[in-house]
Design a protein around this ligand. Structure first.
Ligand SMILES: [Fe+2]
Ligand SMILES: [Fe+2]
Length: 203
């Protein structure tokens, strides 16, 4: 499988606003706690797809590997939290996940494609934000985020490749539509600061 869409800029409809970067750098501990949750969620999203499409053996094998990699990321984030003395704190979920899920079609003929494309968008946004944060944070997060940016770029390609194979005629237009929705969620002012949030609303 191959795709001619391999650059983040070809997937994401808008870049992360600089106001989010400034807030995330200054409030890095709470973003780190949310990041730990994101890694768990990435693993559970991959597992949910394996359960939903057990007849798709290539997808199951690829996502099984991906889920294990995401859990290793979770362990790395946990170690960084311990090293940096950042305690776990329960947080209310941000709007991003639910906001994206609201656009996933509920019946087949579209649902699998939408799940793959939203997976690609989440991974691409993660990759973009790790790249933005890595040079602006201190050790050990700078090195960790640089490493994770590489992983997430492989992950968005994986999801895009499966979407392209599934729906060669439809995937590009559907990706563009979903990417526009995703861009709204990460650029419009947000009540909460999260790894995938918009910039904090000014009060
Ligand atoms: Fe990850
Ligand atoms: Fe990932």
């Amino acid at each position: 499988m191959s795709t001619d869409v391999t650059e983040i800029g070809d997937i994401l409809a808008a870049p992360t606003p600089s106001a989010w970067v400034v807030a995330a750098v200054s409030r890095w501990p709470e973003v780190l706690v949310d990041h730990a949750n994101c890694e768990k969620k990435a693993a559970s999203t991959a597992l949910a797809l394996i359960f939903a499409y057990p007849e798709d053996a290539p997808l199951s094998v690829a996502l099984s590997r991906l889920a294990r990699e995401e859990l290793r990321h979770f362990e790395q984030v946990q170690r960084a939290m311990t090293a940096l003395n950042v305690p776990f704190q329960r947080q209310r979920p941000g709007r991003y996940g639910a906001g994206l899920r609201a656009h996933v079609r509920t019946s087949e003929g579209g649902r699998k494609l939408d799940l793959l494309l939203t997976g690609a968008l989440i991974e691409a946004r993660s990759c973009e934000r790790f790249r933005l944060l890595a040079p602006r944070l201190n050790a050990p997060l700078s090195a960790l985020y640089e490493q994770l940016a590489h992983s997430e770029s492989r992950h968005f390609e994986l999801y895009v490749n499966f979407a392209q194979t599934l729906a060669p005629d439809e995937w590009r237009a559907r990706l563009a539509w979903l990417a526009a929705r995703e861009a709204e969620l990460v650029t419009e002012p947000d009540e909460q600061l999260r790894f995938h949030s918009g910039p904090p609303r000014m009060v």
